[in-house]
Structures are given as structure tokens and as C-alpha cells.
Design a protein. Sequence first.
Length: 174
Amino acid sequence: MTLGEKIRYLREVEGSLRGLNRPLTQQELMKGIKAETGKTISQSYLSQIEGGKRPHMTQSSRTLLARFFKVHPGFLVDDPEGYHAELTSDLRTTEGQLDVWLLQGSERFANDPEVSEVLIKLARDKDTRRCLLLLGEILNTLGLADHLFEALRPDLAHVAGGARAKAAIARRSL
């Protein structure tokens, strides 16, 4: 995990711990650090770190963020390729990678709140891999996804139905 991924993950966890049901924004993080420690760190500096444009941070910034997030300062560095903090199975490593990937995806789809929220829910589940495998089985079972969608989201069933009709017409014309 890179330093930027770790900070984004910590903002996600902190937002959840504070009852926001979303990640802390960078601005909220800056205000929280100021309120809790009396010290400051710039939002642009944090953005550069999260974006990978600044691969390292100063010791004082690392200490400040570690104190705010209540993690060891040594956590706030890039992990070496293949590094694991403890003995883990390949499955747990996959689970962690899926969670990070889903959280990153939720940020990329911030303009679609429903998709972003679902990605966060998946990442928060204790067995993300199992959830994705279940989704795969639902999609493999002919018509099941449509029936579930109609039952669980009747308000949007007509939208999905229109997409299905267009797909069926396109298949017939091939």
C-alpha cells in the first residue's frame, strides 16, 4: 500500500468513526488536526502526498498525522513490494487489496453518490471477496439480477428494463 492510499484509507476510517458515513475530506482533516493538536498542515501538501506527486513527507508532518489518526508514525510510509504487516494468507491479502481498490473507486465515482456508497459498503464488509463472488453468481443466473432489481429497487426498474430492451434489440440485429 502506498503512503497516499494509507492516508485516504485513514480518512475513510476516521470519517466512519466520527459517524459521518463517508471519508473525512482533506479540508475536514486539516481542521481536525488544527483543533486537536493546535498545529497545521496544508491541504495542498496532503493532496500532493495522496496523489503520489510527493512520495515522502517531512518527519513533523508524519508525526502530526500519526498523532491525529492514532497510528504509529512508521505506518505512514510506502510498503515495500509484497510487504505484509503480519503473517496473512493469500486470501486476506486479496481482501485488503479489494478493499483499497473499492475505496479508491468510490472516490473516482464521487459524482455518482449511489455507486460511490455501494463501493464503500463493499469495502467495509468483513468478507468483500465473498460479496463480489455472490454478485458474480447473481449475474450468472439468467434473469435473477433483473428480478432482484425489480423487487429491491422498483423506483428504478423501468430504467433497467429500458436498457435490457435496447440490449435485446441490439442482439437480434447481429
